[in-house]
Design a protein around this ligand. Sequence first.
Ligand SMILES: NC(=O)c1ccc[n+]([C@@H]2O[C@H](COP(=O)([O-])OP(=O)(O)OC[C@H]3O[C@@H](n4cnc5c(N)ncnc54)[C@H](OP(=O)(O)O)[C@@H]3O)[C@@H](O)[C@H]2O)c1
Length: 344
Amino acid sequence: MTRVALVGATGVVGEEMLRVLEERRFPVDELTLLASPRSAGRRLRAFGAEHEVRPATPDAFSGVDVALFSAGSEIARALAPAARTAGALVIDNSSAFRMDTACPLVVPEVNGETLDGHAGIIANPNCSTILLVMALAPIARAAGLRRVVACTYQAVSGAGARALEELRLQEDADAAAKTPRATVFPKVIAHNVIPFVQAVGEDGYTTEESKVRDETRRILGRPDLPIAATCVRVPVWRAHAEALHLELERPLTPVEARRVLGEAAGVVVAEDDLPTPREVAGTDEVHVGRVREDRAFAPGLALWAVMDQLRKGAALNAVQIAECAMGVGAESAESKKMVGGPEA
Ligand SMILES: NC(=O)c1ccc[n+]([C@@H]2O[C@H](COP(=O)([O-])OP(=O)(O)OC[C@H]3O[C@@H](n4cnc5c(N)ncnc54)[C@H](OP(=O)(O)O)[C@@H]3O)[C@@H](O)[C@H]2O)c1
């Protein structure tokens, strides 16, 4: 008997989480859907039944076995302790626990072994981090990593339901020759790109760029790995992309790199070499292409990687963690094949 609570059920990640749980036949015997008081009473369909959304409060976790949180850091910090006290395993999609050494930060294909001995709260990494480490880990195992430069092209749905609505309204305004308004993003995102995700820190890097560096170092077990990221929001509905430039410890030809990437769990080398968000949206894998020798780093490689950030970058990774941690479902059966050390 598995009782599952979903905090943030009405959000873009929450909705995807419901789809992923159903598709992977996660053994859900009881489902509790939680969101803000604004959504109380809404009904969502899942597992062949209608479920009423309830306000997320500390007493909502009684009898819950696993609580999937997808409602931002503030809610995670406020309610995860209550879920733990009620005996639930917490898997959180926000940044609240990602750098807390008591909470594993897990991508099952890359560092699944860090789930062993967890203390009840497991953090799901940032979506751009998941894309990056899924592409880096196979190359790091084959040739070692010295340095990483990453430029991200991040979809609007990465900023949630309100951001998607903003893009929709701005596209309509542009089509009607009206002035588009920006409230979620600092500038109009329709027909534009914005080199800013979240907020800027004192060092001039955005919080997203710092998360990508710090979380990648933690997941790969390389606290000093030089990583520089530029994170850019693009007017794409769904699926993030990254252009990567890697300095390696040992030479790896593009042909060898394509082979190790193609053999890695959860990674697909695109047949036409040109994976794009439009085709990758709705898929579970990280799709790579344009693998070539880097012109700035030697030995080095340059490549392009794309992933549906609502699935592998959020909902799917969280459900895979739940499957591994609870020994249920698809991931548990495959976990031996999937889990491997970060870097040889
Ligand atoms: N979007 C992505 O691609 C992505 C990827 C990785 C991680 N994440 C993380 O996942 C989380 C959710 O993101 P999202 O994109 O799904 O955002 P979203 O579409 O804005 O949804 C936010 C969810 O949180 C709920 N919520 C807001 N305030 C709340 C409160 N006071 N109490 C209880 N619930 C509350 C909302 O409920 P109402 O509908 O009632 O407001 C909604 O269900 C965030 O931590 C985000 O950083 C997102």
